[in-house]
Write a protein that binds this ligand. Structure first.
Ligand code: GRG
Length: 278
């Protein structure tokens, strides 16, 4: 992933120097796990396709993920101070610059998606997948329902919907993008299903980590309790939540084994996620 870090560092070289560019790079190059780009590369590896073909979408999805984190941390959302082991973007710069940095990362992402392969039909399909998964039927809708649920006790079904939209959509998008770039259209819906289940498992695991792990290790503020948000752990308890996400991880492995691909690269990243401590 060393090369990907270099790609990230240079991904905004075409922009004029400015405070907003500084803020974009500050958040983009902060030490994240790069899970979504790595999922794209893992799907390409699984089909034996050259990884470099995934660079455009890998940069784009990390930009979109970073934009969502910058906005999620703003005072009008979760109002957090710590992200990826550093001060949040609005604490390091200011609110207006952080808002613009998020907006600009979203815009720049589409430069990379629209030009990601040599095949314009595939590029168009990728753009639509991005829009569907990150927009007001996807990640944004998840954030809206999440904000509306603050200070209220919501059902497990609502918690599940929020997690599928906020986290599952980007995971599904990463896996489906890899599949589209590999030109394996018949497999798209299998990857989508795996991505959503993985997002749900990841988010329930995140709720569990929030109660067992410190902010120092997580590298982010833990604000669900402060913001009175219902989570799987608050509704089901820790043990049942852990049982549930372990069951989802097992089901994901079973689903994967049904695919006619070289499993190792994808299993590796999924088992790394399963074992994570932050
Ligand atoms: C347009 C105002 C506006 C908002 C955008 C904020 C937002 C919509 C959506 C929020 C999405 C969000 C923050 C979901 C949580 C997703 C999540 C699991 C984040 C942590 O992912 P990791 O652990 O983080 O992969 P790193 O830092 O390792 O990349």
């Amino acid at each position: 992933m060393h090369e990907f870090e270099e790609c990230l560092k240079h991904s905004l070289d075409h922009l004029e120097d400015s405070e907003v560019k500084k803020a974009m790079l500050y958040s983009l190059c902060a030490p994240g796990k790069r899970l979504r780009p790595r999922m794209i590369y893992a799907v390409l590896d699984a089909y034996g396709i050259n990884r470099e073909l995934g660079d455009g979408c890998a940069l784009a999805i990390e930009m979109i993920h970073t934009y969502s984190l910058i906005h999620d941390d703003l005072p009008c959302m979760d109002d957090d101070d710590l992200r990826r082991g550093r001060k949040t973007c609005h604490k390091e710069f200011d609110e207006a610059t952080a808002l613009l940095a998020g907006d600009a990362l979203l815009s720049e992402a589409f430069r990379y998606v629209a030009t990601s392969t040599k095949d314009s039909t595939i590029n168009n399909q990728l753009v639509l997948e991005f829009v569907n998964n990150i927009g007001a039927n996807g990640m944004i809708l998840g954030q809206m329902i999440d904000l509306e649920s603050e200070n209220q006790q919501v059902t497990i079904d609502v918690c599940e919907k929020i997690d599928l939209l906020k986290t599952g959509c980007l995971f599904a998008l990463a896996l489906v993008s890899g599949c589209l770039i590999a030109n394996k259209k018949n497999d798209i819906e299998i990857w989508r299903k795996i991505g959503f289940k993985l997002g749900l498992a990841f988010q329930i695991q995140d709720d569990c980590l929030d109660v067992t792990t410190s902010e120092e290790i997580l590298g982010k503020s833990i604000s669900d309790e402060k913001n009175q948000k219902s989570t799987f752990v608050s509704e089901l308890g820790y043990d049942k939540s852990k049982e549930l996400y372990e069951r989802y991880f097992n089901e994901i492995e079973d689903d994967l084994k049904k695919c006619n691909i070289h499993l190792k690269p994808v299993l590796n990243i999924f088992s790394e996620i399963r074992k994570r401590d932050h």
